[in-house]
Design a protein around this ligand. Structure first.
Ligand code: GLU
Length: 380
């Protein structure tokens, strides 16, 4: 690995349908990797045992492949920094946890959920920001023995240093400063021994030599915690880039109310991967010109992080339809018919077994739609 190589990652949690916001994060990472001749790593963050499923992971990988994004290292393809499923890395995290505990940078917390909730409620009542106030920071041997005798299973908490200004240097948002006094000692390992996101993500990004962490804006507020972990473990921080939220046309956070939100739904409606990529790239990134139609190669050529906007991106379905229509019109007759086929079959207009005169007639009928539709499900 050469020292100035750009190494980015896409690190989805396989907990449900693959959201278009996730696809956009993947795309920005992919474009940066391909533009710079760097590497894209696909890591699966599967520590949420209740919500992670193998089907969701398969669905994410299939969607990335459908969109034409390949990865250089990670699940399925392997690489020198694996394993690439977090659940296969528990012994790695444990090594670092032991170190933090030994150095007093982390400690065991025996508080029960009820006690934590009580603390939360009383802080809220006092008009304070709810956070862990450090009850288990200085337990005596006797207290620990007592908790153990009660059968309490501890979590491990990170000891947040007081009075620190935590600076997050963000490629998109500029310098953002957080006050460590607003961050309670946070859990890094749950009582079942599984690490939390803010902890595992740091160890993985550091050990996988990630140089740029490009992800959704919602993780900006997690970043100061992650910076503290980087520093405590003596790891060099990567460059961060938090890309804006995707809003619906009414400027509220994009959700099911706004229509289809998963890549799969768009695929099933007959949108083309070229159009999805083109559209997603323009959700937050602006080219240097008026050009709106970009092939993947053009995107790779044009993309740069300094043209990624700070303000929220608005998901405009009319624009996606316009872009998709452009790509639908470019299809040759055979490809257009193939795109139409599953929708024609589903609508009962054909069986898929037609041949000869009947097939030729169907093709002629379908072809009349090519100039007029935005996506294949409209063809019937
Ligand atoms: N697993 C996290 C998510 O899907 C990853 C966030 C990150 O990229 O750090 O939101």
């Amino acid at each position: 690995m050469c020292n100035d190589e750009v190494r980015v990652r896409f690190a989805p949690s396989p907990t449900g349908p693959f959201h278009i916001g996730g696809a956009r994060s993947a795309l920005f990472n992919y474009l940066l990797a391909r533009k710079t001749g760097g590497k894209l790593i696909l890591r699966i963050e599967d520590t949420d045992r209740e919500r992670s499923t193998p089907e969701s992971e398969e669905n994410i990988k299939a969607a990335l492949k459908w969109l034409g994004m390949d990865w250089d290292e990670g699940v399925d393809v392997g690489g020198p920094n694996g394993p690439y499923h977090q659940m296969e890395r528990l012994d790695i995290y444990k090594k670092y946890t032991d170190k933090l505990l030994a150095e007093g940078k982390a400690y065991y917390c025996y508080c029960t959920d009820e006690e934590l909730e009580e603390e939360r409620q009383s802080l809220i009542k006092e008009g304070k920001m709810p956070r862990y106030m450090g009850k288990c920071r200085h337990l005596t041997e006797e207290q620990i023995a007592q908790f153990k005798a009660e059968g309490r299973k501890p979590t491990v908490r990170f000891r947040v240093p007081a009075d620190q200004q935590i600076l997050v240097r963000d490629m998109v948002r500029g310098d953002v400063v957080f006050d460590s006094n607003n961050i309670g000692d946070f859990v890094i390992v749950k009582s079942d021994g599984i690490p939390t996101y803010n902890y595992a993500v740091v160890i993985d990004d550091a050990l996988m030599h990630i140089t740029h962490v490009i992800r959704a804006e919602e993780h900006l507020s997690n970043t100061p915690r992650q910076c503290l972990v980087y520093d405590a473990l003596g790891f060099k921080q990567p460059t961060f880039g938090h890309i804006s939220l995707i809003l619906g046309k009414d400027h509220t956070k994009m959700s099911k109310r706004h229509g289809a939100t998963s890549v799969d739904q768009y695929r099933q409606l007959g949108y083309l991967p070229e159009a999805i990529n083109n559209f997603l790239a323009l959700l937050g990134w602006a080219p240097n010109s008026e050009q709106e139609i970009f092939s993947m190669d053009e995107l790779i050529h044009e993309f740069s992080m300094d043209r990624v906007a700070k303000n929220p991106a608005v998901f405009d379905i009319d624009k996606l339809n316009w872009i998709n229509q452009h790509y639908m019109r470019q299809l040759d007759a055979e490809a257009f018919f193939e795109a139409a086929k599953p929708h024609m079959i589903a609508a009962g207009y054909m069986t898929g077994k037609e041949e000869g005169e009947k097939l030729a007639w169907l093709k002629r009928v379908v072809a009349t739609a090519q100039e007029h539709i935005s996506y294949a499900a409209q063809i019937p």
